[in-house]
Design a protein around this ligand. Structure first.
Ligand code: ATP
Ligand code: MG
Ligand code: MG
Ligand code: MG
Length: 485
């Protein structure tokens, strides 16, 4: 029978350990000492300074399975979740890294050996991409030749442009071309382009037919100043990332990440709670709930609290999006979200002990957020119904910034939730107007209640749980003797 996701994770790390890589633990979802980044969104994040040479380690090859969140900032996959078979807010990225050690020949040989030999993926379903050359940067002839040398048919080596196949750490710093490995999931899968009357773009398409499973970045250049020409690095480096959920899907012969063992148990719980069977066709809301429960569990375990600012607000948006799907789409009348979070802890606690260690706290945070949001959710939805009906009669299509602001301030609706609901009914929202009202509020010190509110939430939870370190917890639903801050 097929490998489980846990077995795949272990097989990957072992494969690279056998090839002299140091196994490095995942870093926190909250990047340490990096104010530029909302959440850790790739395996390389914890090695940034090693790549630039600012930091030295006693190893030059590393491998990891990194917890990642892409729900804000540069990579924001939140809107896709539930609606593609391959995007999550939280996912695990497997990676191998060379810090000025090996380069393209080894990176390509390792990746091809792992997918074709160790995982035994069907070669006839695989394709790879190389950088086609753009913006005065030459095309990656070297990578093309190396894939050919591995036996990849030339018509399965496709050239993609800057957007997909060139990577840069920022405006300055290391950068270079990429090669991606894609897996053909089948042409009978619906394609967004075809639905719009255009041809499917194959490996470059936004649809689920060709699934990108692994991205190899060849850091071979450096940019000293913004827009300055690229200088070749004397010691090029390798950074790769492969999504565990996607690898699990292809290894387990599934077309959707949600059909793998990583999600089946969670979806079974969601399905049981709402009394509706899970199916690919009708399961968007169930997928949203399952995905967001994972993100919630992992983010809270790494110290993020739902709040109205910064990271906390991204988490709040994730949680409220899930709660609203549960309440209105799945008909869940009672508090449910903490139960799904608990199932995540149960299923993933072996691989991630931090989930089990803070279980009580995670459940309280989930419960508290849902209780708070449910107090205003129905009234907020009713208000929206009325406003949308008014717009309908007057032939207007855009919900005012004032209403988005009111829903945010009084009913706890994050702006994107209002936008989602409005769009579901064929309306848009005036985000500019909303942002202006928010800015005015922030510049008036008498009205800044946001951070205060988040502090209150935290204290309420603290009072209930009594501790932030839950080591003394007896696991029976009673409060333990942990230290109180
Ligand atoms: P896509 O084009 O499918 O959005 P990407 O090119 O943005 O993926 P990379 O930044 O190259 O992704 O990340 C490396 C790998 O991480 C991808 O090849 C994929 O396997 C995985 N991955 C990226 N984003 C997600 C996500 N939102 N959910 C699950 N896996 C992901
Ligand atoms: Mg992406
Ligand atoms: Mg891509
Ligand atoms: Mg990619």
């Amino acid at each position: 029978s097929a490998l489980t996701a846990s077995q795949i994770r272990e097989a990957f790390l072992q494969f690279f350990e056998e090839r002299s890589h140091r196994r490095v633990a995942s870093s926190s979802l909250v990047p340490v000492g990096d104010q530029t980044l909302l959440f850790t969104n790739a395996g390389m994040v914890q090695f940034k300074d090693v790549f630039t040479g600012r930091e030295q380690r006693d190893y030059r090859r590393a491998t990891s399975s990194q917890k990642c969140v892409r729900a804000g900032g540069k990579h924001n996959d939140l809107d896709n979740v539930g609606y593609t078979a391959r995007h999550h807010t939280f996912f695990e990225m497997l990676g191998n890294f060379s810090f000025g050690d090996y380069f393209k020949p080894e990176a390509i040989a390792f990746a091809w050996e792992f997918v074709t030999k160790r995982l035994g993926l069907d070669i006839s379903r695989l394709a790879v991409t190389v950088f086609n050359g753009e913006k005065g940067i030459p095309w990656d002839e070297e990578a093309f030749a190396l894939w050919e040398k591995q036996g990849v048919a030339t018509d399965r080596i496709l050239k993609l442009g800057y957007k997909d196949n060139f990577w840069a750490m920022g405006d300055t710093g290391p950068c270079g071309p990429c090669s991606e490995i894609h897996y053909h999931q089948g042409n009978d899968i619906p394609c967004v382009e075809e639905a719009a009357g255009r041809p499917c773009q194959g490996v470059a398409c936004d649809c689920d037919r060709w699934l990108e499973i692994w991205n190899l970045v060849f850091m071979q250049f450096e940019r000293k100043e913004k827009d300055a020409p690229l200088i070749p690095l004397p010691k090029p480096s390798i950074d790769t990332g492969a999504g565990l959920e996607r690898i699990a899907a292809v290894v387990q012969g599934k077309r959707s990440n949600y059909d793998t063992d990583l999600f089946q148990g969670i979806l079974a719980t969601v399905s049981q709670l709402c009394g509706q069977p899970y199916t690919q066709e009708t399961g968007a809301s169930q997928r949203v709930v399952a995905d967001h429960a994972r993100a919630t569990a992992f983010l809270v375990a790494d110290g993020v609290q739902p709040s109205n600012v910064e990271r906390g607000y991204v988490l709040r948006r994730i949680m409220r999006r899930a709660i609203r799907h549960g309440a209105t789409q799945l008909g869940l009348k009672e508090l449910f979200f903490y139960k799904v979070v608990d199932r995540v802890i149960e299923l993933m606690g072996d691989a991630f002990p931090e989930l089990r260690e803070s279980r009580t706290f995670l459940l309280e945070v989930a419960k508290h957020e849902e209780e708070g949001f449910r107090r205003t959710l129905d009234r907020g939805l009713k208000l929206m119904d009325e406003e949308l009906a008014k717009l309908q009669t007057s032939g207007q299509k855009v919900l005012s910034g004032e209403l988005v602001f009111l829903l945010h301030g009084t009913y706890g609706f994050p702006w994107d939730l209002t936008q989602i609901i409005a769009r579901e009914r064929g309306f848009d929202v005036d985000l500019e107007g909303y942002k202006k009202l928010m800015d005015d509020q922030v510049s008036d010190p008498g009205l800044t209640t946001n951070s205060k509110a988040s502090g209150e939430v935290f204290h309420t939870i603290l009072n209930r749980v009594g501790t932030t370190t839950f080591l003394g917890y007896d696991g029976e639903g009673h409060e333990g003797e942990g230290s109180v801050i």
